[in-house]
Design a protein around this ligand. Sequence first.
Ligand code: HEC
Length: 408
Amino acid sequence: MIGKSGTALAALMLLAATVTSKAEAQEQTSAPLDRVQSVFSLAVDPAGDGALLLGTGYGLLRATPDGMAQVITPPRAAITGIATDPNDPARLLLNGIDADGASAGLLTFDPEQARWTATPGTQGETGTKLTSLSISRLDGDRMAGIDKTIQLSANGGLSWEPLATTPEETLAVALSGTSPSRIFAATVGGLMVSEDNGQSWQQSYPGDAPVTVVTSLSGGRVAAFIYRTGLVMADEETLDWQVVGTGFQDRFLRALIEDPSSPETLYAVADTGAILLSRDGGATWISFEGSDLATPDRIAAGKVLYDDNCASCHGAGGIGEAPDDPEARDEFGFKAPALNDAMHAWHHSDAGLRATIHKGSPRNERMAAWQEVLSDEEIDSILAYVKSTWSIRSLACQGARHMACMGQ
Ligand code: HEC
């Protein structure tokens, strides 16, 4: 059917299965973001501070750009889906699965109290186990999700009906933002659209490449992620798809949302679980971790500092010392490694890289302790500049996540 192989793609095929796994044991209440696995869905935290809420295998987490994630509800349920009501960004809907594999129910989350309430009748063995949860832009009582097949609710989640037909291997569903009878389905065999509430389906994006995500955006637009192509968008009036973001290589997105307060800002979960952020409508991406530092001004300032202090050894643009001479070594048996993504700088988390720059290398006095020369703020700017030279793939595979990307 898809004539392509590879571990990333195999992971994609398993996505639907892993997403419905039950709550994972997790004792910690906070963790570095690059160690948070099984992130399935996300939402902008209505409480603000540039934070995101992550639906993970060990509960609902609050992630901040400093690279930390806090467990904000008892880790009793895996959160398989989060939906923000596009008509009321403070209204959040979640679906959980408890440690026994039964539904924790369709939950309304109150961010101020950090408390959720289950919708009556949605808990237990026969309760909802929905992934890819979404709320219609046209009617906040209308919602969709996937539990084996696409399910629709017309009454705010009190009752759910399967669609007449669901395309094979559907990974994600989106209700149209402009037409009450149109539904999109992202499937392993392509992007499908139904104009009659799921009675029949047609191909929407040309080709049969796997599609991992589909999301309705503001302004009558819709976005999807096409494996090996990238992020595509269309105006719902014409459904004339345009490629807007490339460079994902073999990685893919498993969730995509728009910032309700700024339509040019998109957040995504990569297949690795890394959180990515675009401030230009999906054209370019940075990692959520450190995004507060990665402003154009800080990156420009970081480049000047890098050129003055680091380029003499690490090369212009971070290409490394003597990149054309693999045998070259300094008196300690090293050379200054590339800091762009040609080597393995991206195997380290932001915290790890920051520590090396602050304290220097214990093995090599040429890599000095820069905390004696540069301020914390200057070092952060250099780090933002260095990361701006990385590919989306390296950002998605940074830190502890790099193991999952090896050999793929
Ligand atoms: C005089 C040469 C020199 C200068 C200048 C220099 N470095 Fe280094 N740097 C090195 C060497 C050599 C290593 C390898 C040390 C080791 O492996 O123990 C290194 C390692 C590093 C690493 C670890 C990379 C990895 O993949 O593990 C980082 C990060 C780094 N340098 C950042 C910087 C930054 C930022 C600056 C400027 C503020 C800088 N360096 C200036 C020589 C230098």
